[in-house]
Ligand binder design. Sequence first.
Ligand SMILES: *[C@@H]1O[C@H](CO)[C@@H](O)[C@H](O)[C@H]1NC(C)=O
Length: 135
Amino acid sequence: MQTPRRIGYPLVFVLLFSLFNLVLSDKVHASVMNRLGNGKNLTIHCQSKDDDLGQQNIPDGGEFGWDFSVNVGGTTLFYCDMEWENVQQYHFDAYSFARDYTRCASQCLWLISTEGMYSLNGQTGFWEFMYYWPN
Ligand SMILES: *[C@@H]1O[C@H](CO)[C@@H](O)[C@H](O)[C@H]1NC(C)=O
């Protein structure tokens, strides 16, 4: 009775690890949309430890997006600095594994408006107000 169980354990670990890898190797699409209105431009610079997406100008009504894989260690982080007329050097995390692995399973969408930032919760399908601009 003991022998089959002892053989079984490593197999279960291999299966669990494969499943874990499969789930985490999905591609995620991140996107930042400029909805400031009145022709206002948004300047944004996003990067991770390995990728620098460069400085981008997003015209009013436009968007900037990119795709990435979530790493197995669960440390994937894309952070951005952006500025527009009223806000200078605003820093935020466009994707942070701990915060977003369920909320943004396949896409992490951000909407920039004059009152602050909204993000689409992929689990609920609702746009959520996330951050106010600093005064
Ligand atoms: C926004 O950027 C474009 C392209 O750089 C420029 O032509 C336009 O004048 C800018 N608009 C404003 C309101 O600054």
